[in-house]
Ligand binder design. Structure first.
Ligand code: TYM
Length: 328
């Protein structure tokens, strides 16, 4: 039997190249060898979303990106988290075996609490428990994510281990799977690329928008004049060349070090590389966008399939926790 993969992403709207390089590429590749389930985690999004009126639109936009990137509803289960409400029940049950101290130590909780001091809600503390419920509800063994999610995965393993030790072997301990670009920095070169930091390039941006954004990217800070010699190893733009200009990356490094090219030239090359890599993606996305019902169809089929598995696991958990009579 194939191993099961699960991953999820918050519906923040159109996905950016950080999501793509850090996670989506793996989601697509893993479809070849695994039994894959990918989830749009709308409940998680509520922990920080202030404008819920745009949630449905964001789910749609994100799904267009997933389909255009190559997620195939014939091969993978694609669904929206809240459409399989069993996850919320499992979240509550898992919260009983999760010490509060574990959750208060999670770095992302501390960061969120710092970023939204006006809204340090209970859902933020329970965020990794809900994430664990997402994964173990499907007994997933492999979880493709970017590096920023590793503390959550560590906690998911601890919660699964604790549940298994109290109630008997039930859940596999999920292993994370990173791509070769597990942490993509944003255009400011300071934080990870993300919607929160407004330092991102959307996959679906037009070639013109992409070029304009790339021109704002921070490069080697020591290179102030065109004649200064560059240090590609500290430059985020150069880092992105590894993926988007892979055939020319060595040549670009030599040219940067010798000041043969300046940062503006280097960024123009990067914009070309991104636009040519994403050309096919953008065409496919436009084709899916012209048939908006394909999103609804993929999601309704996906949630039906996911729910079959979810119900089975939840029944097992309830029985193990003594909530229903043990079957003989
Ligand atoms: P989210 O929505 O923030 O991101 C979705 C995926 O994209 C990856 N990612 C990145 N990778 C590299 N560089 C970046 N700059 C970058 N930005 C985002 C993320 O690591 C993630 O893999 N908590 C999760 C969603 C979630 C989940 C789950 C994931 C809920 N339940 C169960 C796995 C399993 C999140 O907020 O991802």
């Amino acid at each position: 039997m194939k191993q099961r993969v699960f991953s999820g992403a918050r519906p923040t709207g159109r996905q950016h190249i950080g999501n793509y390089l850090g996670a989506i590429r793996n989601y697509v590749a893993l479809q070849e060898q695994y039994d894959c389930i990918y989830c749009v985690v709308d409940i998680h999004a509520l922990t920080s979303l202030e404008e819920t009126d745009r949630l449905q639109e964001s789910i749609h936009e994100m799904m267009l990106d997933w389909l255009a990137a190559g997620l195939d509803p014939q091969r993978s289960i694609l669904f929206v988290q809240s459409h399989v409400p069993e996850v919320m029940e499992l979240h509550t049950l898992l919260s009983m075996v999760t010490p509060l101290g574990w959750l208060l130590r999670v770095p992302t909780f501390k960061e969120k609490a710092r970023m939204q001091p006006h809204n340090v809600n209970y859902g933020l503390v329970g965020y990794p428990v809900l994430m664990t419920a997402d994964i173990v509800l499907y007994k997933a063994e492999v979880v493709p994510v970017g590096e920023d999610q590793l503390p959550h995965l560590e906690l998911a393993r601890e919660i699964a281990r604790r549940f298994n030790s109290i109630f008997g072997p039930t859940f596999p301990e999920p292993q994370s799977k990173l791509t070769s670009f597990p942490l993509v920095l944003g255009l400011n070169g300071a934080q990870k690329m993300g919607k929160t930091y407004d330092n991102y390039i959307e996959l679906a941006a037009t070639p013109e928008e992409t070029s304009k954004l790339v021109m704002t990217a921070v490069t080697d800070p020591a290179r102030r004049y065109r004649s200064d010699l560059g240090h590609p190893e500290v430059c985020n733009v150069f880092n992105l060349h590894h993926f988007f200009s892979s055939a020319r990356v060595d040549e670009i490094a030599v040219e940067c070090r010798s000041a043969g090219i300046g940062c503006v030239d280097c960024k123009k090359l990067l914009a070309q590389g991104i636009n040519s890599e994403l050309e096919g993606f953008r065409e496919r996305r436009a084709a899916f966008a012209a048939r908006p019902q394909c999103v609804a169809e993929a999601l309704s089929g996906g949630s039906r399939q996911a729910q079959v598995i979810a119900k089975e696991t939840l029944a097992e958990v309830k029985e193990k926790m003594g909530l229903v009579q043990r079957s003989v």
